[in-house]
Design a protein around this ligand. Structure first.
Ligand code: IMP
Length: 178
């Protein structure tokens, strides 16, 4: 099937926004010990860039593996944890790092899950938000870009496990996709 990738956000645009988010987070967590929880797999690129844009010595990084999509493009609403945090987070300031908030079901589930572990605070940082598809309301404390209802790939985001390695975010145009 013939595919064409149309750039939605260039590597430069993403890089600039990630730097801005990093500066804001650095300021807000100045006197705190920050725990960055990077949600796998989609946020591995964003998480790595964001972590390096945060200028804090008191910061640790952990990973949470989730699976909410099969090979398709719409959320099942069922979130499976494929890899849990390596350490407790009770009494700590947690920032969840997500690639995209689409229906909001995944992040709402993760918030509920992490809150049961009694952190001091939990906030959300998401690179992308697709408000048109929201099924639950979620407050995104740090947001990169609001985008339209298009299925996007690249910069960690996949379609059936492909395209995660693209340095930009694009839309796949081919017959048979929405
Ligand atoms: P939600 O539960 O519907 O908010 O979906 C969250 C997860 O679905 C994200 O963390 C992504 O892994 C995936 N997802 C949602 N929209 C897209 C998209 O446009 N491209 C690639 N993955 C997406």
């Amino acid at each position: 099937m013939a595919e064409r990738l149309v750039t939605l956000l260039s590597a430069e645009q993403i890089g600039e926004r990630v730097r801005e988010l990093g500066q804001k987070i650095t300021k807000d967590y100045q006197d705190r010990f920050l725990v960055l929880v990077i949600v796998l797999k989609g946020s591995f690129v964003f998480g790595a860039d964001l972590a390096r844009a945060i200028d804090l010595r008191d910061c640790r990084i952990d990973f949470l593996g989730t699976r909410s999509y099969g090979e398709g493009t719409s959320s099942s609403g069922v979130v499976q944890i494929t890899h849990d945090l390596s350490r407790p987070i009770d009494g700590q300031d947690v920032l969840i790092v997500e690639d995209i908030v689409d229906t909001g079901l995944t992040i709402a589930h993760l918030l509920d899950l992490l809150r049961t572990r009694k952190p001091r605070s939990v906030r959300i940082c998401s690179l992308l938000h697709k408000p048109a598809r929201a099924k639950v309301e979620v407050k995104i404390d740090y947001l990169g870009f609001t985008i339209e209802d298009r299925f996007v790939v690249g910069y960690g985001l996949d379609f059936a496990e492909r395209f995660r390695n693209l340095p930009f975010i694009g839309v796949v145009e081919c017959d048979g996709t929405r």
